[in-house]
Design a protein around this ligand. Sequence first.
Ligand code: NAD
Length: 248
Amino acid sequence: MTNRTQWPGDVPAQVVILSGAGLSADSGIPTFRGAGGMWENHSVNQVANYLTWKQNFELVHQFYNERRAQLETIEPNDAHRMVASLQASLPTHVLTQNIDDVLEKAGCTDVIHLHGRADELRCEACGHHWSIGYAAWDPRSDRCPRCPSRKGVKPGVVFFHEPAPRYADMHRIFRSLRARDVLVVIGTSGLVIDVNAFVFDCPARKILNNLEASEHINAGYFDHVFYDGAAAAAPHIERLVRQLAGQL
Ligand code: NAD
């Protein structure tokens, strides 16, 4: 090893990756706000609003049935593989806003899905939570496997105006970051999660990768910025993270 950074007590650097829809864009999953608040040709208000989802019950389930069907054939790209590779060799927390399972397909474990997962369902009537895999759910006839509820069954995705229980993990992990650590933010506009609020006084070394500048993220808060596709940027980001973490 050369150029290894020494820290008091020689505690290994931890790496935190916060990703968003842009991470999976190079795998063929469209991002969210790209077309002005539309998600796959639907208004997010119709398909991801906790206050109104029961009024759009069949449309909501149809939408997430389509998301699951799409996931079955999606392959990880080099950015997902880079995250898995870092996690395999450094203490790494993987946080994602994505509801897809592509980080897991790339080999990541213990991924914190801040906004839930498209391949899960939850019953609001009895609290049962289960994995449906890539299968479709028939909102006209299917019922919760634990109680008789039909209209209580909701996609396991965190909607707008709904509590996001895993944000507590995100806050805890961000608070734990120290100067020796490395934070990588990939493929998020910062519109849903206020990235600036976490990053501005975060003492870690900070890397940002988006396709282009976002009006919601202050790039000046980051030490290294890559405006490029995540798959193309991945080898450069991996090398930089390993350098900063003292592995190279
Ligand atoms: P967003 O759509 O608001 O922003 C996407 C960001 O990714 C932009 O900053 C853009 O510059 C960047 N980007 C686009 N293509 C990229 C690429 N090839 N490489 C690198 N960066 C790229 O995404 P968000 O901030 O994650 O918020 C969207 C919300 O919608 C999330 O809460 C998420 O749950 C949901 N969503 C999820 C998926 C998914 O699971 N794959 C897809 C769409 C939306």
